[in-house]
Design a protein around this ligand. Structure first.
Ligand SMILES: Nc1ncnc2c1ncn2[C@@H]1O[C@H](COP(=O)(O)OP(=O)(O)OP(=O)(O)O)[C@@H](O)[C@H]1O
Length: 208
């Protein structure tokens, strides 16, 4: 058992004949917030998908919580990924989405009403996701993710669609999550947001 939550060692990923990640390494300790920065197409989402076990590496080692990433329910109880494909239930309201998370995943850091408040969704509680704005939908995705008990949050551009005030609030939420023993690895294009989240910065360079 180590204190490392994520270990990526000598990882290469080749997609469509092109090397996206080359000999890449990263170690993330419990309580870290790591911001992965870099130009479009440099491989940030690919790295997150490798850590989540959704993108097999061509070579090298990925370890998460002392085991290889896997698709079993135990892995996904500890790890939450917020990417660009949120799974909505079209007939459920904002409140019902949060209640569902709470009912399925049990004890979480905060209650549903607190999540509505924290993510500024009280006035939208009876609306369905289709009627929310882009930023409101992103806040709902993040609220659902944070409502789940987890040890590792993988966030792909969590700032997407959020106004600057809410980016600042999200940075504080992530800092608190880490202070409580959680670990965050996120891809982002917003350096100010990364700094506000007190994130360690890792800049990906083009592999080719
Ligand atoms: N299935 C695939 N086949 C070939 N190339 C792929 C495939 N999937 C991704 N790529 C390429 O891999 C590279 C890395 O993509 P990735 O989405 O990881 O970049 P990113 O750093 O997250 O970019 P952005 O900042 O635009 O979100 C891109 O150049 C992309 O075109």
């Amino acid at each position: 058992m180590t204190d490392s939550i994520v270990v990526v060692r000598d990882v290469n990923v080749v997609l469509g004949g092109r090397t996206v990640l080359r000999d890449f390494g990263l170690t993330v300790a419990r309580g870290d917030v790591v911001a992965v920065l870099g130009l479009n197409g440099v491989g940030k989402s690919t790295l997150l998908r490798c850590i989540a076990g959704l993108q097999p590496q061509t070579s090298g080692v990925v370890g998460v919580l002392d085991r290889p990433p896997s698709d079993d329910s135990g892995f996904w109880r500890d790890v939450v990924l917020v990417g660009d494909e949120p799974a909505w239930y079209p007939g459920l309201t904002v409140l019902e989405h949060l209640e569902l998370m709470h009912a399925v995943h049990g004890s979480s850091r905060f209650e549903v009403e607190a999540a509505l408040d924290l993510f500024d969704l009280e006035e939208r509680r009876d609306m369905v996701p289709a009627n929310l704005s882009t930023g409101q939908r992103q806040r709902l995705s993040l609220a659902m993710a944070l409502l789940r008990p987890s040890r590792l949050l993988l966030l792909d551009e969590p700032e997407r669609g959020l106004d600057s005030a809410f980016r600042t609030r999200l940075a504080a939420i992530l800092t608190e999550y880490a202070a409580a023993g959680g670990t965050v690895v996120m891809a982002t294009h917003d350096l100010a947001f990364a700094r506000a989240a007190v994130a360690r910065q890792v800049t990906l360079e083009a592999a080719a």
